[in-house]
Ligand binder design. Structure first.
Ligand SMILES: [Zn+2]
Length: 253
């Protein structure tokens, strides 16, 4: 076994030795239309019995993508249309600071109705904004608009992004966005998870936030698929590891 996997297993053992469960969850972004990679993703969730939170782009979504989704698949709202509205000097975002919150909320509500109609009971009123970005001014309005959760990237600073709005982020991104857009590599991805677990253990991060693995099925090369298979297989054999469903993470505060 290589040092990356060994380091990961050692960290899981520290949690287990301390009598604590290591909680994980899995979010995959950008589902919209039927695709071979999406089929493979759904099959992997099913075969490995790993709960999957599918962040779907509402205005591009087709009903057919939900046909082969097993009972472990939940659906989150991945923005509305995934169009970049950032200004010239801003990082990519669907929700530009220049857009009034009321306008953004109206777009979200219309997109949500469409997605809910397609996804049915799998739909959770949780917003996972594209590029993990959203102006801070929007969060205080989301609970009143019917959302119960928000999911972005990085250690959360509070269990609630705003009153009534639970925040559960992702922490280990398996894609190398700035280096070829393929698999980021075992060392990097496992190290990100170990960093989050270690920070939680040392009380430098909210220990109640499940460690989130972020995937993008359309970008997966064979190495990325192989990694996920090994991750699910390995963690299933580890005592004290729990893969959480999004429904459990985003329960009403
Ligand atoms: Zn996206």
């Amino acid at each position: 076994m290589n040092t990356a996997w060994q380091g990961f297993l050692d960290e899981l053992a520290r949690w287990h030795d301390a009598g604590r469960a290591s909680e994980f969850w899995w979010r995959d972004d950008d589902a919209a239309r039927p695709a071979r990679a999406l089929e493979r993703l759904l099959a992997l969730s099913q075969a490995s019995a790993t709960p999957l939170a599918l962040a779907v782009v509402p205005l591009l979504a087709e009903k057919a993508i939900f046909e082969n989704a097993g009972p472990l698949v939940s659906v989150l709202q991945h923005g509305t249309d995934h169009v970049n509205r950032a200004g010239p000097q801003e990082k990519k975002t669907e929700f530009s600071p220049a857009e009034a919150p009321a306008a953004a909320l109206a777009r979200l509500a219309a997109a949500r109705r469409q997605l809910e109609a397609l996804a049915g009971k799998r739909f959770l009123a949780v917003l996972a904004p594209p590029w993990n970005r959203m102006p801070r001014t929007l969060a205080p309005h989301l609970a009143a608009a019917g959302y119960r959760g928000l999911s972005q990237f990085g250690v959360r600073t509070d269990a609630q992004a705003a009153p009534g709005l639970r925040q559960v982020n992702t922490h280990a991104d398996i894609i190398a966005w700035r280096a070829g857009r393929g698999f980021a590599g075992e060392s990097e991805v496992l190290a990100a998870a170990v960093r989050h677990l270690g920070a939680k253990r040392a009380a430098q991060a909210d220990a109640h936030e499940a460690t989130g693995w972020l995937t993008h099925h359309a970008m997966h090369d064979e190495a990325a698929w192989a990694f996920l298979e090994r991750l699910f297989e390995t963690t299933r054999q580890q005592p004290g590891v729990i893969w959480r469903r999004a429904e459990e993470l985003f329960h009403a505060p």
